[in-house]
Design a protein around this ligand. Structure first.
Ligand code: DAH
Length: 351
């Protein structure tokens, strides 16, 4: 073999052995095989050779070209494989035959309380209904004996859409639809209407430890023949005792005004946070306003297609958010909307 070719080949071998990266190899490719590379440069000496020598020299140069290309590619593949092996070593290994660790998250305290209430009401024969969050003025106010310009609207300012619909301020907004849905079964088959409908409500409220602009209620109605305040008190007491698992729970009724009931009441329970001593959560009264309620106003029944001379009923609007605070000892309502997974996950027993 021509000495110049042999020297170049040895130089290449040494450079390849020393190369550590694909970038270096790219450099070698240019250095040896590029247009101005050392292999091409060998051809410049061809002129001095005889025809016979030119042939064998040309062949050897071509062989060196092939050799260089092959060795550079080989080394590139080896470097890439070593790189992959290094990356794989760095990956945390895991055993796919081990049982999975599933962090499933948890139910929000309001959801827990809502489900508990639903279960209790179901056991008392109530239907659980769902209802939309965006409603009409008729559903939220007019059908509930709150005509336009009624002062009761002032307490329930909310978010209005351009088309006149609004984010519901109270779950009572579903009452009219519920009456219309079940009135035929009531009138024709004598089946009393018994339904609860939980939902999210929105009000333009100044926020403090016990008020939020977004909160949950659970509305309930019972309509039939001879439904009285006694039925109302019994249902409320039974439900609250079950929810708090406290059968000595104290409740009190005070008169309250709501345009859609007559008479109307405020049902309070003894504060479960301070035990009735007085604390910020109960505004230092020892009592917590939990469940306004009353006998459904004749106008409201009539608007739902039910004759108030034949049927009577009660309605209530349970504050689910407030109930969750009481049950789980959450002192500030804002914590419930905080999005803190650590705080909100501690009440779920079975994740
Ligand atoms: N909807 C009322 C509110 O959010 C609460 C309420 C009061 C509901 C009396 C009722 C009721 O069903 O009878 O302020």
């Amino acid at each position: 073999m021509n000495t110049a070719i042999l020297e170049l080949r040895e130089k290449l071998d040494a450079a390849l052995a020393a190369a550590q990266s694909v970038a270096e190899l790219d450099g070698l490719k240019v250095e040896y095989l590029g247009k101005k590379g050392s292999v091409t440069a060998l051809l410049k000496n061809m002129g001095k050779l005889s025809d016979e020598e030119k042939k064998s020299f040309g062949r050897e140069v071509n062989e060196l070209k092939d050799y260089a290309a092959e060795k550079i590619a080989e080394k590139a593949a080896a470097l890439a494989a070593a790189e992959l092996a290094r990356e794989l070593d760095a990956v945390e290994t895991f055993d796919i035959s081990l049982p999975p660790v599933l962090d499933r998250g948890s139910f929000h305290p309001v959801t827990l309380v809502q489900r508990r209430c639903e279960a209790v009401f179901r056991s008392m024969g109530f239907q659980v209904e769902d209802y939309s969050e965006i409603v009409t003025d008729y559903e939220c106010f007019e059908s509930l004996n709150i005509p336009p310009f009624h002062p009761a609207r002032d307490m329930q300012d909310t978010y209005y859409l351009d088309n006149g619909q609004l984010l519901k301020t109270q779950t009572s907004a579903a009452q009219n639809a519920i009456y219309k849905k079940y009135k035929d079964a009531l009138i024709n088959e004598g089946k009393p209407i018994k339904a609860v409908f939980p939902g999210r409500c929105f009000r333009n409220e100044a926020t403090d430890a016990c008020h939020e602009n977004t909160f949950f209620q659970m509305e309930g109605v019972m309509v039939g023949k001879d439904i009285s305040i006694a039925n109302l008190i019994y249902s409320m007491k039974t439900m609250l005792s079950e929810v708090f698992e406290n059968y000595g729970l104290k409740v009190r009724l005070r008169p309250g005004f709501f345009p859609f009931v007559e008479p109307g009441f405020e049902l309070d329970i003894s504060c479960q946070i301070c035990g009735g001593e007085g604390c910020p959560s109960c505004k230092h009264s020892g009592w917590l306003e939990l469940c306004p309620c009353g006998m459904i106003h004749p106008n409201v029944l009539r608007e739902g297609g039910i004759d108030p001379d034949v049927y009577t009923g009660f309605a209530f609007g349970l504050g689910l958010t407030r109930l969750a605070m009481m049950k789980y000892g959450v002192k500030d309502i804002r914590d419930l909307n905080s999005g803190s997974l650590v705080a909100m996950s501690q009440f779920t027993e079975d994740k």
